[in-house]
Design a protein around this ligand. Structure first.
Ligand SMILES: Nc1ccn([C@@H]2O[C@H](COP(=O)(O)OP(=O)(O)OP(=O)(O)O)[C@@H](O)[C@H]2O)c(=O)n1
Ligand SMILES: C[C@](O)(CO)[C@H](O)COP(=O)(O)O
Length: 235
């Protein structure tokens, strides 16, 4: 772990960037690939660095990447990043580790590979959480979605009007998120987002509409799309 900057408590963000990017298939993990001039994870950190409500960022990276990320944090002027720590085998473990290094009463969790979230989306997500207890960004699903069995047969077609594609940030009371992670760990439950864990506690989670451009850079074609989004934002 590297302690980078000192900052006062308010709203904390855990940026998880400890994944291996197997679906991207590049030698360098996708969060460190350059988008225009900077690593993707730096673009992501800059959104929170600029955000007036955010006081503190904990960056979770691969164990072997902690030192170089701590150097980048200094070089790119991410003054709110107070710690760079190693993550775990699953995203969930990385978030849990981050949570142990941040003590603000409200926490946002964000994927290091979602660099296009906007300041207003972060604000909307946080404000909805404070008002309603927990909140996540999402967009309505555009395609018809089918449930399919292991042999390829369609088993159900859920009503699309009830389906949303879930994004980050996701905002929670720190106490709820910590309890949710502890319970999941005790029960051996692994979820693909933090909301799943908090939902298991019985905490209602409100969906806040985000935007389709808040993509998670996951597969190679996402890189071209990311360049296109970035250029469009500059215009
Ligand atoms: N053990 C892990 C796995 C994922 N993540 C982070 O969680 C975010 C969303 O995960 P995903 O896009 O699935 O990233 P990877 O796990 O890297 O991708 P893949 O599943 O293709 O290996 C990414 O910022 C990733 O770095 C993490 O911090 N720790
Ligand atoms: C949290 C998340 O970004 C919501 O879409 C996503 O579930 C994490 O990535 P993964 O691809 O499911 O690992």
């Amino acid at each position: 772990m590297v302690t980078v900057n000192e900052a006062g408590p308010a709203i904390g963000v855990i940026v998880v960037a400890a994944g291996r990017g197997t679906r991207m298939g590049t030698k360098e993990s996708k969060q460190y690939l350059k988008l225009q001039d900077k690593p993707i994870v730096i673009h992501t950190l800059e959104v929170f660095e600029r955000h007036p409500l955010i006081s503190e960022i904990v960056l979770v990276t691969g164990e072997q990447d902690v030192d170089r990320c701590a150097v980048w944090v200094g070089e790119y002027g991410i003054t709110k990043c107070v710690k760079v720590i190693p993550g775990g085998a699953e995203r969930q473990h990385s978030v849990h580790r981050g949570l142990l290094h941040i003590s603000t009463p409200w926490i946002l969790v964000h994927d290091g590979v979602r660099p296009f979230v906007t300041e207003s989306q972060v604000t909307s997500c946080y404000e909805a959480a404070v008002k309603h207890g927990a909140s996540i960004l999402a967009v309505p699903v555009k395609d018809t979605v089918k449930q399919v069995d292991g042999e390829g047969w369609v088993t159900a077609t859920p009503d699309r009007r009830s389906l949303w594609a879930i994004q980050t940030p996701q905002a929670f009371r720190r106490s709820d998120l910590l309890m949710a992670h502890e319970q999941a760990e005790q029960e051996g439950f692994i979820g693909t987002d933090d909301s799943m864990l908090v939902e298991r506690l019985g905490v209602p989670v409100l969906v806040v509409e985000g935007s389709y451009s808040n993509i998670k850079i996951t597969t190679p074609e996402d890189l071209d799309y990311a360049e296109w989004i970035r250029k469009k934002k500059e215009l």
